[in-house]
Design a protein around this ligand. Sequence first.
Ligand SMILES: *Cc1c(COP(=O)(O)O)cnc(C)c1O
Length: 370
Amino acid sequence: MSHFAALLRPHIAGMPAYTPIEPFEVLSRRLGRLPHEIIKLDANENPYGASPAVRRALAELEFAHIYPDPESRLLRQALEDFCGVPRENLLAGAGADELIDLLLRVFLEPGDRVLVCPPTFGMYAFDARLNAGQVVNVPRRADFALDLPAIRRAVAEHAPKLLFLATPNNPDGSLPSPEEIESLLELPLVVALDEAYIEFSGAGALGEKASRLGEVTRRENLVVLRTFSKLAGLAGLRVGYGGFPGWLMPALWKAKQPYNVNVAASQAALAALQDRDYLEQSMHRLRLERDRLYEMLSEFEWLRPYPSRANFVLARVLGRSAAELKARLAQEHGILVRYFSAPGLEDHIRVSAGRPQHTEALREALRSMA
Ligand SMILES: *Cc1c(COP(=O)(O)O)cnc(C)c1O
């Protein structure tokens, strides 16, 4: 190793890397299958892809040679119309992931604490460490419910500045109750609700009844994050947004990269918002498929699926290795599911809702392994 490596910030040099899912082209080569022959149920992407309106908007993209609007004005105006939050309280980002990192960047001094409730989305803890923060873990109960008394104790003891909570939670798909969220908001910290899957929650046409996004103008410590990656099918373009209390906006504007949302992502997101029918249709199909997937997985004695309010189903694997199951599904059947080696999830797989034929293919594959 170069002796210049000693110049690196020690907390980054010593950090384990995030393990993202593998890109399609790499998988395709490794599995010896064409991309369209692979059944990709490992990243909660929309199997129907983006709306035709989005594809047209991208084909007609005019200003790829011009820097994007640093304030994403058109997109934020469209988001205001879409979700009813004033654009002054909205910020767009290169995916919700960028906004998670941005929040941590504006809040954390080295050693400051961030509360997370694992098992959950890995980026909260990862980005907290990347930003020299310390992660305070308050594990969920065995059924993935929040442990509110333990959260209160951890807040009193460690005084974290921020709490991240996915609603519904990834990877199990559970949705905390309004009362639980209410009691978190009473704590002396900023609560960042990650609504990446809220549209699938079944409360309202696009999840609006369960969403807290509309409250960010009234609640001083509430942040709500959203994404175009999952329902709108724009994961590859990297675009998300968040609603924030007014006092936080100036810090976010200063700290974000000026051209964080590129012109293609911005155009695509605008077109996706204009094709609301497509979003609602995708939501219906995927919720139906999630429920079929749950039923299908329940047919197997050696699988214990959890009820989910998102577009995926987590299942416990009994009496055999979940890691091996994942590997065999990929190698022998070209079906990709997610496996986590994280504590509490070693014997679980998570399967995204796909098209009906994907559920059938998975059923056949599982039967052949019984
Ligand atoms: C997928 C996911 C995200 C990432 O969203 P991007 O907009 O693609 O960055 C954020 N939060 C959760 C809980 C997710 O599962």
